[in-house]
Design a protein around this ligand. Structure first.
Ligand SMILES: [Mg+2]
Length: 72
């Protein structure tokens, strides 16, 4: 199964929004074992994904993810 550009965009947006919404939880978890910056770093990265989502969704997904889509 191939996923089209619209589905890729929805995939990227959904994952990004979920990670951004979980940033505080990720920070709390990282604070317990590390330096507590994981949530902020993930938020910054996925905000960049959202900013580039049109460009990203125009590209074919990497083969591991394409493989995954054949399994679901
Ligand atoms: Mg850290």
């Amino acid at each position: 199964m191939m996923i089209d550009r619209q589905a890729r965009k929805l995939l990227f947006e959904t994952v990004a929004q979920r990670v951004i919404a979980s940033a505080d939880e990720l920070t709390d978890l990282d604070r317990a074992i590390g330096d507590g910056d994981h949530g902020a770093n993930m938020r910054r990265g996925f905000e960049a994904v959202l900013a580039a989502v049109d460009e990203l969704s125009a590209k074919i997904l990497a083969s591991p993810l394409r493989r995954w889509t054949t399994l679901v």
